[in-house]
Design a binder for this molecule. Structure first.
Ligand code: AMP
Length: 113
């Protein structure tokens, strides 16, 4: 998958509709289409980065992405939440554009499935 076929790049560009939660120059957040909890928000960099490994080459952006995600939770009054990213197919990554999941509104189990 590259930038021209990436579903999250198309969402960022407005070519595929989404329920937008937040947008600034660098980041875009939207509701997951198949929510796994009452709150399930995806936060992505607008820049096409494949996964956390790719993202780690831009630590400043990665730090801002995490801070922005925490701010989205705080601004929505979400105090208890799970925040994660899947890296690689075996870990459950299905969309190869770096994204963090923000999940809340139900009790979370451990270990994750
Ligand atoms: P992952 O398995 O970590 O790659 O997560 C990909 C997430 O993207 C899944 O939770 C999907 O439900 C979600 N997803 C896929 N397509 C869309 C879409 N068009 N709009 C919103 N969320 C989507």
């Amino acid at each position: 998958m590259n930038q021209s076929t990436c579903i999250f790049c198309k969402i960022v560009a407005g070519e595929i509709p989404s329920k937008k939660v937040f947008e600034d120059e660098e980041f875009f957040a939207f509701e997951d289409i198949n929510p796994q909890a009452p709150v399930h928000i995806l936060i992505v960099p607008k820049k096409h980065l494949v996964d956390l490994f790719d993202g780690s080459q831009d630590p400043a952006l990665l730090g801002e992405l995490v801070a922005r995600s925490a701010a989205i939770a705080r601004e929505r009054g979400i105090k208890d939440y799970r925040f994660l990213t899947n890296t690689g197919r075996e870990a459950g990554q299905a969309v190869f554009h770096l994204h963090f999941h923000l999940l809340s509104g139900r009790r979370m189990g451990w270990p994750p499935g």
